[in-house]
Ligand binder design. Structure first.
Ligand SMILES: *Cc1c(COP(=O)(O)O)cnc(C)c1O
Length: 237
């Protein structure tokens, strides 16, 4: 099973296949859903092929990788940082990053604000929530998020704009479970919106869903999906 799918993915990824994959996915998703093409581990040529097909939003999960790719590629690419972010790497990505999906602590938020202030920029961020039943995934719970958002510290962070929420569902075949987890993310978004961001129109993003589960994420109400292998083929580490 695994071997066959590997061969299939290899064939799928040759030639103009990246653009075809993008067209196919875009046809499947509603217009209000934003597609982030997750290019981690993939070479710049693959990113340029997607770019030539009109894709502008790309996602990376390693600071080192996004830092080395960004200067080599077109300046109008919107870079999304989707991985766990170490505080000592913040200063390198803040100057160009479009959206940080993975804010999971007050300390990280404070660091982003500090670095953004230095260059007089406002950095768009999502709060990452722990929605999976797996232990290994990062993310806040509601109480932690509420503590951050009601703190005096947060009120003074003028160089951060919280645009919404992000979550990763459990990696499982169990569709019901995945759906429940995305439902949870959407209710977290709604709760946050009414409790803390009622007046903020820019608080509008629900980032959930990857190659294996994005239809379920969209069904639940997510409006941003992060798709890697369905576009670029399987990753080889
Ligand atoms: C790698 C990654 C994705 C994309 O995964 P695929 O299964 O290749 O679509 C999405 N979100 C995050 C946070 C990731 O690290």
């Amino acid at each position: 099973m695994l071997k066959l799918s590997k061969i299939y993915n290899f064939a799928k990824n040759s030639g103009m296949q990246i653009q075809e994959n993008l067209v196919r996915i875009k046809q499947q998703i509603p217009e209000n859903v934003n597609l982030v093409a997750v290019s981690k581990t993939k070479p710049n040529e693959d990113i340029l092929e997607a770019y030539a097909g009109g894709q502008r939003a790309f996602g990376e999960n390693k600071a080192q990788e996004i830092i080395s790719k960004q200067p080599e590629l077109p300046a109008d690419i919107q870079w999304h940082f989707i991985g766990h972010l170490q505080r000592n790497k913040v200063k390198y990505i803040v100057p160009f990053v479009h959206l940080i999906h993975s804010v999971d602590s007050a300390r990280l938020l404070r660091e982003i604000n500090k670095e953004a202030a230095k260059i007089n920029r406002i950095t768009d961020c999502l709060l990452q929530f722990h929605i999976a039943t797996e232990e290994t995934k990062f993310g806040l719970d509601m109480q932690e998020a509420a503590e951050i958002l009601t703190s005096d510290d947060f009120v003074r962070m003028n160089h951060i704009n919280i645009r919404g929420v992000m979550g990763m569902a459990t990696f499982t075949e169990d569709q019901e479970r995945v759906k429940n987890e995305f439902n949870k993310l959407v209710s977290i978004f709604k709760y946050m919106k009414t409790s803390f961001f009622k007046e903020a129109d820019s608080f509008s993003i629900i980032s959930g869903g990857m190659s294996g589960d994005y239809p379920l994420a969209i069904e639940a109400g997510c409006n941003m999906i992060r798709v890697g292998s369905d576009i670029f083929g399987e990753r080889v580490y």
